[in-house]
Design a protein around this ligand. Sequence first.
Ligand SMILES: [Zn+2]
Length: 293
Amino acid sequence: MADTAHSNCVALTGVWVRLPHPAPTVGATHETQRVPHVRTIELVESALRASDAGMRDADNALLHGVAIKTIRRWRRLYQRRGLPRGQTHTNVPCPKCDEAVLDGAAYAELLGWYLGDGHISRGRRDVFNLHVINDKRYRNDIDGIAAIMARVKLGGRPHRRNVPGAVIVTVSWKHWPCLFPQHGPGRKHERQIVLEDWQRSIVEAHTAAFLRGLFHSDGCRANNWTRKVVAGESKRYDYPRWQFTNNSADIRGLCCWALDLVEVPWRQSNWKTISVSTRAGVARLDQLIGLKS
Ligand SMILES: [Zn+2]
């Protein structure tokens, strides 16, 4: 599914704006009061476009499912003071604690990398380190990991450490557990991995990015072959396929869910491996996530 496929249009007081996600339910439930909202850049931009087009703050707040004071703050920061979108002050603000704006595409991909080959460790003074390890042969992917880390923690400066056969990209931040609530003691396949609603919404809007993180970390694209009897003769056919291998049934389930979202057929080829083997499925996945490089 294309990233824009979810976009729906809403008309209010004569102004049309495109929403990146289905409009959130208005009126906080008990659940939404307890869990802080995470707002994506797309949501903020949509609200600012509506405001530019003359929508009143109250209507805009209703349309985007945020408080009027939030709309006013966005207008103050981004329209009047002209800050780069997503930046609020020098301390890197957190999308959960400080209502900073989250880059949805970068986050979706980083989530994929985290679930594949990432982990969070606790450093000194309540600072957490997010590490993603990747095969040292894939230099572009390593550059890509550092780049998306710096888009999720705005202005963060990830560092790289060589270990045998691999590079670990690390960036520290107090707020990593806010963005990766799946962090917990023990190994990922020994604990439950369930995405929160706000994470699911981001993955639904940026499914290709999420799949890129998953398949570029714990996946491979390899050639496979099979024999078929054609006109009485056994012939060998070679074909590429993507495989995603992970010990966690929950993470495999998320991979299958995301493949379903973009309508790529898959099958479980052994207990820990998900395969995409049809010609059309492999071509579609190639197009969506690119090759490892
Ligand atoms: Zn936080």
